[in-house]
Design a protein around this ligand. Structure first.
Ligand code: NAD
Length: 472
């Protein structure tokens, strides 16, 4: 017999489970279909959470090393890979068990299996133990994305995507990271700290393309010292598996003609999973890049079907998906919700971390918006010096006339935590003076946000600005 439900949510990642829980809290009967036996999706099981657990270990190793120059010497770390894997898995299990509990408390029905639409109001679920049909009044598609595969590459277990890299089967002597984006650089950090020699090949002319170059510089300089090579404007032309390793040929300005690596991580972006859902049966057509078109409520052109997260336009980030999930659930329940975020922060949890939000300088220039900039170098922050991180910087961008915050970028430890204040400032329509007059605790890294605002405001005393001082 078919399952009948008011709200079907397809996909149990951060977008999907948030949507399901919100709809249930608003009184709907909710069925959540997830292909894996646990909730949490890529983020929780094979993405954000396990990678951050491993990045924490990398940070501890780097910190311990940095203490050498400060009078405390630890021996070389002993790496117990099996224990590391167990610890990472425990972190993930605690969270997935928590999610299962939250679903149960709300009486959200979780159905395990792979879902495909069979009509505008029906979904077929192929479960490990048979098939099931779900008849729904409303649906929220939250089926996510998967890694892009480079065409023509051989199948070889030593060529990994992010999921395989997180499995941490071994620490290779040499690892080639293809793609200098967020995943590539975060996993490079983990593998380097655990002992691998890292080379990065990136097709664009900078790491983390799209982020302002001044924010990338401290990261680039740090990892250029640690890694074997960072090849920009370059790509792999062929990979030849051999017994002694993977023989790689490159094209680019400074690349070697060929080099052998023990393993390769391919992290060249992700693509939406819209091609796996038989969407035409539901009357939905994705765009040329596979994204499902939606309006501000995340409603598709079929009015009772919504879509959120990586499968719709916008940054492929868990925190964007979860906010969209709430909007879609609330819209289904008749609330006047809409996704109207003015800024979605992004963080590369590298060492140093890089975080950014709002407009970049490049975007402001391209859009012809006149702006003022305040850049506070962490070399002038007592707290940053005390933790040995003078390479960091905090940058604020604001409208030249109104001085309202338009964008921000932070480089250095905890940048990902610090950026949240600037997002709030932007959302609240704060100007530079609001941030400058907000008393920040001393000595903290958070002060650097106030200092950057004081630079724009002309009231800074922790740096000397000469003639740019705000008049009395
Ligand atoms: P990405 O788009 O961030 O980076 C991919 C990089 O690969 C880009 O720099 C691109 O120029 C490069 N590239 C593309 N083709 C190439 C080629 N043939 N050779 C060399 N370089 C090539 O994608 P990703 O790092 O795979 O991450 C996927 C998604 O997951 C992103 O949308 C990201 O936002 C998200 N994610 C976010 C976080 C985070 O927020 N910390 C962490 C992991 C993943």
């Amino acid at each position: 017999m078919a399952i009948e439900t008011e709200v079907l949510v397809l996909g149990g990642g951060p977008g999907g489970y948030t949507a399901a829980f919100r709809a249930a809290d608003l009184g709907k009967k909710v069925t959540l279909v997830e292909r894996y036996p646990v909730l949490g999706g890529v983020c929780l099981n094979v993405g954000c959470i396990p990678s951050k657990a491993l990045l924490h270990l990398a940070q501890v190793i780097y910190e311990a090393r940095a203490c050498h120059a400060k009078g405390i010497r630890f021996g070389a770390p002993e790496i117990d890979l099996a224990e590391i894997r167990r610890w990472k898995d425990r972190v993930v299990k605690t969270l997935t068990a928590g999610l299962a509990g939250l679903a149960k408390q709300r009486q959200v029905q979780v159905v395990q299996g792979v879902g495909r639409f069979t009509g505008r109001h029906t979904l077929e679920v192929k479960a490990p133990d048979g098939e099931e049909t779900v008849a729904f009044e409303h649906a929220i598609i939250a089926a996510g994305s998967r890694p892009v595969k480079l065409p023509g590459w051989p199948e070889d277990p030593r060529i990994m995507d992010s999921t395989q890299a997180l499995a941490l089967e071994e620490i290779p002597k040499s690892l080639l990271v293809v793609g200098g984006g967020v995943i590539g650089l975060e996993m490079a950090c983990v593998y380097h700290a655990l002992g691998a020699k890292i080379s990065v090949v990136e097709v664009a002319d900078q790491l983390l393309p799209g982020v302002d170059a001044d924010l990338i510089k401290p990261l680039h300089q740090t990892i250029a010292e640690r890694y074997e090579a960072i090849w920009l404007g370059s790509k792999v032309t062929s990979v030849q598996p051999a017994e002694q390793g993977l023989e790689v040929r490159f094209a680019g300005p400074n690349v070697p003609e060929r080099q052998v690596f023990d393993r390769i991580l391919v992290a060249v972006g992700r693509r939406p999973n819209s091609d796996l859902l038989n969407l035409e049966a539901a009357g939905i057509t994705p765009d040329a890049r596979g994204f499902i078109p939606v309006d501000a409520q995340r409603r598709t052109k079929v009015p009772h079907i919504f879509a959120i997260g990586d499968i719709v336009q916008g940054p492929m980030l868990a925190h964007k998906a979860s906010h969209e999930g709430k909007v879609a659930a609330e819209a289904i329940c008749g609330l006047p919700s809409a996704f109207q975020a003015l800024a979605i922060p992004a963080v590369a949890y590298t060492d140093p971390e890089v975080a950014w939000m709002g407009k970049s300088e490049a975007e402001l220039k391209a859009e012809g918006i006149e702006y003022d900039k305040g850049v506070f170098p962490w070399a002038a922050s007592g707290r940053a010096l005390g933790i040995g991180r003078r390479e960091g910087l905090t940058k604020l961008l604001c409208d030249r006339k109104t001085k309202r915050i338009l964008g921000a970028g932070i480089v250095g430890p905890h940048a990902g935590e610090l950026i949240a204040e600037t997002v709030l400032a932007l959302e609240m329509g704060a100007d530079a003076e609001d941030l400058a007059l907000t008393i920040h605790p001393h000595p903290t890294l958070s002060e650097t946000i106030a200092f950057a605002a004081e630079i724009i405001d002309g009231s800074i005393t922790d740096l000397y600005l000469g003639k740019k001082v705000k008049p009395a």
